[in-house]
Design a protein around this ligand. Sequence first.
Ligand SMILES: Nc1ncnc2c1ncn2[C@@H]1O[C@H](COP(=O)(O)OP(=O)(O)OP(=O)(O)O)[C@@H](O)[C@H]1O
Length: 342
Amino acid sequence: MSERDEAQGARSEHRATQRFARAANYSAFPLRLVLGFSGGVDSTVLLHALAEARAEFPLELRAVHVHHGLLEQADAWVEAARAHCASLGVPLQVAYVRVQPDGRGLEAAARSARLRALAAVPGDALVLAQHRDDQAETVLFRLLRGSGVAGLAAMRPIAPAPLAGAAAPWWLRPFLDLPKETLIAWARERGLRWVEDPSNASADFTRNWLRAEILPQLEHRLPGVRTVLARTAETMAEAQQGLDDLAALDDERVGHPQGGWDLAEFLRLPVHRQKNLVRWATLRLPALPPTHRRLEEGLRQAADYAGGVWRFPLGEAWLCARGERLWVEAAPQGCDAAYRCG
Ligand SMILES: Nc1ncnc2c1ncn2[C@@H]1O[C@H](COP(=O)(O)OP(=O)(O)OP(=O)(O)O)[C@@H](O)[C@H]1O
């Protein structure tokens, strides 16, 4: 390695450590971190960055690798992950999951199963290696599927775990503002080895098609578009925070002493705030938010409420009225009620 390479390596190591410290909002207390380690390039770089950060911070680092059992390479990936972690003295847990296709497609089912397995590992925080290009891709994908503000807020660098009852309360993404090419350059500088998931190359999945074909074309025409899309997520996250604050105020303003809302007071709110309040309350159950159309129909019917017990299905929740009260409650048969990260 030349002197120049060494200097570059040292600089990027320093940056990775600083980045981690910032993302973890790090102070001097010991932190038990669990890294979601797939063995791909991004999480391999993060594994090394965190392993090195142990020299500077009192970290307890463990890794978890989820074995989905879907591809013939899965067992070899486990072995590669074990070897990698052993070489750095990082304990590795392997979580074997069974992916149950549930009508949303195999990729989405695998993702849900993976999130559940990751959420089951105890620690102070789970650390994931998503980067700026993943963020841009998520924003574009969700835009094309008609997501609203909450969906377009995409991923946060520091966020509460998105699953109810997760064993690590915080999820950290220290690389979220770094382009993928920076991570690849880091890995090459260090001579790291990683595995390639062949399903990432399959254009059968819309996300892969966006990543491999559409985003490069957009970037060619509009240089910097990935950064623009990633910034959209930040703007939307702030907007969502404002909407949540408004919903919390409205919840208090029209709250009923027996829980839920006073129906007459609720109906005096402008319709867009009624919608915002019901969405907010649904997410806190927790349940997936209702579609716009269901929500509109539910609110239209609530406005015509004529007494008795009334219930309207909103996907994973019910909108209910009785007497002078209106409220939302979880639907017992909610298809996947604990999962709400979209
Ligand atoms: N099988 C897995 N086991 C443990 N963690 C995983 C696994 N797959 C993904 N992750 C974690 O979730 C993050 C996001 O997953 P995604 O599928 O978008 O990334 P990836 O393409 O697998 O990334 P990487 O280059 O790290 O492999 C990864 O960066 C990694 O931290």
